[in-house]
Design a protein. Structure first.
Length: 133
């Protein structure tokens, strides 16, 4: 595959404005944790349409992962990271450990931990903005 499906779909969700069009209860959605990358990618293809809530969670997680790449370091550096990851996935295939290590200097597990921190910031910001409306 030219790039990991989570990366492609997550970037598409991010560029479409993220989940601003609907309220996402991140605490409820991820109460049982984030998907492992291999599981995540099973729920993203069109062939997984019947997976319902699990597929929705996969798209939200993909968005959070892309959002973490783009928003925690700034858009320009984030896009450079995404380009590097796309190129690395093209060379390596679905070897997540190698791609994350080469492109981000962390393991996939460490990146997911960063995504969880980012999600908590989004949740806190959402609650604050909701309290002022």
């Amino acid at each position: 595959p030219p790039a990991a499906l989570w990366l492609v779909e997550g970037l598409a969700e991010f560029e479409a404005g993220g989940y601003t069009y609907t309220t996402v209860d991140y605490d409820e959605t991820f109460a049982d944790g984030f998907y492992e990358l291999e599981t995540l990618e099973e729920y993203l293809p069109v062939s997984a349409m019947a997976k319902g809530r699990a597929r929705e969670k996969a798209y939200i997680q993909s968005y959070l992962m892309a959002s973490t790449l783009l928003e925690t370091v700034g858009a320009a550096e984030g896009m450079e990271r995404i380009k590097k990851m796309c190129m690395a996935y093209t060379r390596q295939g679905p070897d997540h450990e190698t791609v994350f290590g080469e492109c981000l200097g962390v393991s996939p597990r460490e990146f997911i931990t960063a995504c969880k921190r980012h999600m908590r910031r989004l949740t806190t910001a959402s609650r604050k903005s909701g309290a002022t409306e």
